[in-house]
Design a protein around this ligand. Structure first.
Ligand code: GDP
Ligand code: MG
Length: 423
């Protein structure tokens, strides 16, 4: 069985927890895109973890965790995360594709310099170097993990890369220049760090598939941050879609059996960009402090997330572009304080009502058309049986299921591993 777990919204839907849950029954968990720019929060018997670079299967002894070729690999960050786990007595099984590209120290610098240059026009980047990394990858000036093992070729590559980067550093950003020799030495240090994990993960997966292993593909961020189908350019720089998992991990497209699409019971977003159902002030703060495990604050940056009501238009579209087979509806417990729950059911754009998710130029003018569902005014944590949920709560789930047109097979009602209802 091969399953993908991906987000339908703007990210932070609770994919980490769902992945952790499914990892228990998986042989292999693979990260296929993104880097240390987004975080998954996992709470289990070892404690609370915000994983950025590692796949969410690292807590299980029987699970092999693969960093796929589509990932932006920040090597010192990865090693730091591995060490944090070791301190808690967890020894994760990790493999890194030799084709994965290395996030370079200068990618982080360029990310920062560019946001500084843009000033108030900035995108709200996490400054993890992701946009410069993927720009270089597709401009064919990236460094693959395998390059670290061929020093002469690497030296020459670095010399050529620095030639171009230094022009920008000098004339556009007015910042210190790069030294190819120093970079080379730094990369040799990286090589030491990751050597034990590097292999041909493609061959490994071919074999695993022939043995019918259970494989989990773990997405980062959500459909609305996809560079093609999301709110470009307020998107991320690698595809967040299940379809890309085939490329970023090395799995044939027809092999993915299930696309479990994680949808949050309300909306949250980080960074700039259109967000139609957004709420502000006290209304937002009341929801923010009840969301997540300790409020809706970024796992990477700690900054307060933007908040909004459930958006049917965006979430349905998100499920469609993911090719959802199942929906996991998360953080339902956070809504227990509301008398009535607003839901954005359509967009009004220049006097016209639509249910189709438009391009940004139009989306920016969209106003939410709200409907109000009755709240349940109850704490639903601890309930494990769907039928035991308060009637209004069940109706909220059924309403969303109908609106999305995809079966909601998982509902989560708390941040911990077993706070989940399977239907
Ligand atoms: P991801 O990026 O999609 O993995 O999501 P994050 O981990 O960044 O954000 C989701 C937040 O919600 C985290 O703080 C989780 O601990 C928390 N969480 C996940 N599921 C639930 C749930 O059912 N209820 C509550 N209250 N929090 C949840
Ligand atoms: Mg997150």
């Amino acid at each position: 069985m091969i399953r993908a777990i991906v987000g339908a919204n703007w990210g932070d839907e609770g994919k980490g927890k769902i992945t952790d849950m499914f990892a228990e029954e998986s042989d292999i968990v693979i990260r296929f895109q993104g880097g240390s720019n987004a975080g998954h929060t996992i709470i289990n018997e070892y404690g609370k973890f915000a994983l950025h670079q590692l796949p969410s299967g690292v807590f299980y002894k029987h699970t092999v965790n693969i960093i796929g070729n589509g990932v932006a690999l920040n090597i010192p960050y990865l090693i730091k995360e591995i060490e944090t786990l070791r301190e808690k007595g967890i020894n994760p099984n990790i493999l890194i594709s030799e084709r994965t590209q290395v996030l370079m120290p200068y990618h982080v610098l360029f990310d920062k310099y560019e946001e500084e240059r843009l000033a108030e026009r900035q995108f709200g980047s996490t400054k993890s170097g992701i946009a410069p990394f993927y720009s270089d990858k597709y401009a064919k000036t990236g460094i693959q993990v395998c390059d670290l093992f061929y020093p002469d070729r690497l030296k020459e590559k670095l010399r050529q890369i620095c030639e171009v980067k230094n022009v920008l550093l000098k004339y556009l950003y007015n910042k210190p220049l790069l030294d190819p020799e120093a970079l080379f030495d730094e990369l040799m240090g990286y090589r030491e760090m990751i050597q034990p994990y590097v292999c041909n993960t493609f061959d490994y997966l071919q074999k695993a598939m022939s043995e019918n292993k259970n494989i989990l593909l773990e997405g980062q961020l959500g459909a609305l941050k996809d560079p093609d189908f999301g709110i470009y350019p307020f998107s991320t720089s690698s595809s967040t879609l299940a379809g890309y998992a085939t490329v970023g991990a090395g799995i044939p497209p027809h092999k993915i059996d299930k696309v479990i699409t994680v949808v949050k019971a309300y909306s949250s977003a980080v960074g700039a960009g259109p967000f139609v159902s957004e709420i502000f002030g006290d209304e937002a703060e009341n929801l923010r402090r009840r969301g997540g495990d300790a409020g809706e604050y970024g796992a990477t940056t700690g900054r307060p997330r933007r908040m909004g009501w459930f958006d049917v238009v965006a979430s349905r579209y998100g499920c469609q572009v993911q090719g959802a087979t199942d929906v996991a509806l998360t953080v339902l417990d956070a809504l227990g304080y509301l008398d009535t729950i607003p839901v954005c059911v359509a967009y009004e754009i220049d006097g016209q009502v639509t249910q189709s998710f438009p391009v940004n130029a139009v989306l920016e003018r969209a106003k939410p058309v709200l409907e109000y569902l009755p709240g349940w005014k109850e704490d639903i944590r601890g309930i494990t049986d769907f039928d035991k949920l308060p009637t209004n709560c069940k109706n909220y789930v059924l309403y969303i299921e109908k609106a999305l047109g995809i079966p909601v097979t998982i509902v989560t009602n708390g941040p911990k591993r077993h706070e989940v209802i399977r239907r």
